[in-house]
Design a protein around this ligand. Structure first.
Ligand code: FAD
Ligand code: AMP
Length: 474
């Protein structure tokens, strides 16, 4: 007889481990299976996010920002530092320590919540049985009333630029360079390409970003993307739009690239190439042929609005299903599914999931862009406020960017907030709360915001929706 659980979660990324903890909190006997092997060769819980995604990228972004500020921000404050150097071992080692702290922390949380952790690859069989293949090839089968699939995503590989993780790297490779590449090529001006491109640019790499699409950051609001593009250009990130990589060949210690734009093919030689052209749902080996779980045309597990696959007791969450590939989206789906399984009222609203890009300046948004509202024929009004008129931002010497708030023209309900500037990764939270409570721009306009803070930009943008911002002309 196989060991029986109430819930088995396959995958211990931010979707799966959170689902497992919440299920256990609700009194369900829970197991979580994960195959991720850390740098030390041992099981590392936390998935892409903790091991090779959100956390390590933010660690390197913060370290590289400290270094960049020495030359580019401190002199304005009257502080000069001569001979600043980066010790890459310490730089990468700090990141590794943080990763270990957090991946180890998930193990402790599992123990504290009595989640049974299995190390290996889980495969869903018929009737909610799950076969676990250990990394040594050993097999065992467990079963559960409910199985939550949380197998996440992996980087998309271009057939003509295959990862060798030495010269042509994915996100994991770009978090672990042993030298600062003199010339770094980045394919894809998406979130990952911009963040990791920024890290190495700040340390001195000559970074060229090739983006196949004609518009920069087309997922973001156009005005915000325009401001960001200008700032990235000022910082020296060389972003080429309508430039499609067609060939990449490792020659000696270099990578020879060919890309095409409207003027035809061009050559470019770099020392390292980061391919960041998006991620795909990962379901390799996850499903036996007769489970009944379906995949869509993009290989994502098909689920309904309650993350149910349509197969009795089988659910799926996180990057492996539709919706934005963001850690917090997966985590909230995990909580909701655990609560639905326990007979409680789970909740997830994909319309208010905040997006953040941790570049300099940061970019953040939630809700609809102007372009989307135009396409949908929704009447709207817009308020904006620049950080240049925010005392705190000027005091910080980071008075760049703006907050843009979009509200319904008749009801004043906030439909979207889009920001580029200092601290916007934190400022977006207030707007998400307002939107989740179906708030209006008037609501935010009437709330007292501390002075002097960056949050005053949100307040003034809300006032500006009705042309009554105080510290700018309307
Ligand atoms: P994953 O984190 O991919 O976890 C899935 C886990 O399941 C993995 O450990 C995998 O090994 C395991 N697994 C898969 N199949 C099996 C199987 N059959 N058996 C056992 N185990 C299996 N998002 C943000 O919100 N903010 C950020 O700042 C951010 N930064 C990022 C930076 C980078 C460089 C990258 C690459 C991603 C970033 N993301 C960020 C995205 C974020 O990492 C993902 O959205 C998130 O990790 C998805 O969570 P998940 O649990 O669905 O999947
Ligand atoms: P994201 O999905 O946000 O990670 O962004 C990936 C980006 O890579 C998208 O904007 C794609 O347009 C871009 N992209 C995909 N293939 C290529 C290619 N061959 N050359 C240049 N850019 C590409």
């Amino acid at each position: 007889m196989s060991e029986k659980f109430d819930v088995i979660v396959i995958g211990a990324g931010p979707a799966g481990y959170v689902a497992a903890i919440r299920a256990a909190q609700l009194g369900l006997k829970t197991a979580c299976i994960d195959a991720f092997v850390g740098k030390d060769g041992k099981q590392a819980l936390g998935g892409t996010c903790l091991n090779v995604g959100c956390i390590p990228s933010k660690a390197l972004l913060d370290s590289s920002k400290q270094f960049y500020n020495i030359a580019h921000n401190l002199p304005v404050h009257g502080i000069t530092v001569d001979g600043a150097k980066v010790d890459l071992n310490t730089f990468i080692g700090r990141k590794d320590k943080i990763v270990k702290q957090f991946t180890g922390g998930i193990g402790q949380l599992f123990k504290a919540n009595k989640v049974t952790a299995f190390f290996g690859t889980g495969k869903l069989l018929k009737d909610n049985e799950v076969e676990i293949t250990g990394n040594d090839g050993s097999k065992q089968t467990i079963s559960a009333t409910n199985v939550i699939l949380a197998s996440g995503s992996v980087p998309i590989e271009l057939p003509f630029a295959k990862f060798d993780n030495k010269f042509i790297v994915d996100n994991a490779g770009a978090l672990d360079f042993t030298d600062v590449p003199k010339r770094l090529g980045v394919i894809g001006a998406g979130v990952i390409g911009l963040e990791l491109g920024s890290v190495w640019k700040r340390l001195g790499s000559d970074v060229t970003v090739l983006e196949a699409l004609p518009d920069f950051l087309s997922v973001a609001d156009t005005d915000i993307a325009k401001i960001a593009a200008k700032e990235f250009a000022k910082m020296g990130l060389n972003i080429k739009l309508s430039a499609k990589l067609t060939k990449a060949e490792v020659k000696g210690n270099e990578v020879a690239l060919t890309y095409e734009d409207k003027d035809g093919p061009h050559d470019l030689v770099v020392d390292k190439l980061l391919v960041a052209v998006g991620r795909r749902a990962y379901t390799d080996g996850l499903l036996a042929n007769d489970t009944g779980v379906k995949l869509d045309e993009r290989g994502r597990i098909v689920v309904d609005e309650h993350n149910h696959t349509g197969v009795n007791g089988v659910w799926a969450i996180g990057d492996a299903v539709r919706g934005p590939m963001l850690a917090h989206k997966g985590s909230e789906e995990g909580v909701a599914v655990a609560e639905w399984i326990a007979g409680k009222a789970g909740h997830i609203n994909l319309d208010t999931v905040p997006w953040v890009i941790y570049t300099e300046p940061e970019i953040a948004w939630a809700g609809k862009t102007e372009k989307q509202l135009k396409e949908e024929g929704v009447p709207y009004k817009v308020g904006t406020f620049p950080f240049a008129a925010i005392g705190r931002a000027v005091a910080m010497n980071e008075a760049i960017g703006q907050v843009k708030m979009i509200a319904h023209a008749e009801t004043d309900r906030i439909l979207g907030v889009h920001m580029v500037g200092p601290g916007v990764s934190e400022l977006i939270a207030e707007c998400v709360v307002a939107m989740e409570f179906k708030g209006s721009s008037e609501d935010l306009a009437r709330i007292v915001h501390a002075h002097p803070t960056l949050s005053e930009a949100v307040h003034e943008a809300a006032l500006s929706v009705d042309k009554r911002a105080i510290h700018k002309g309307n």
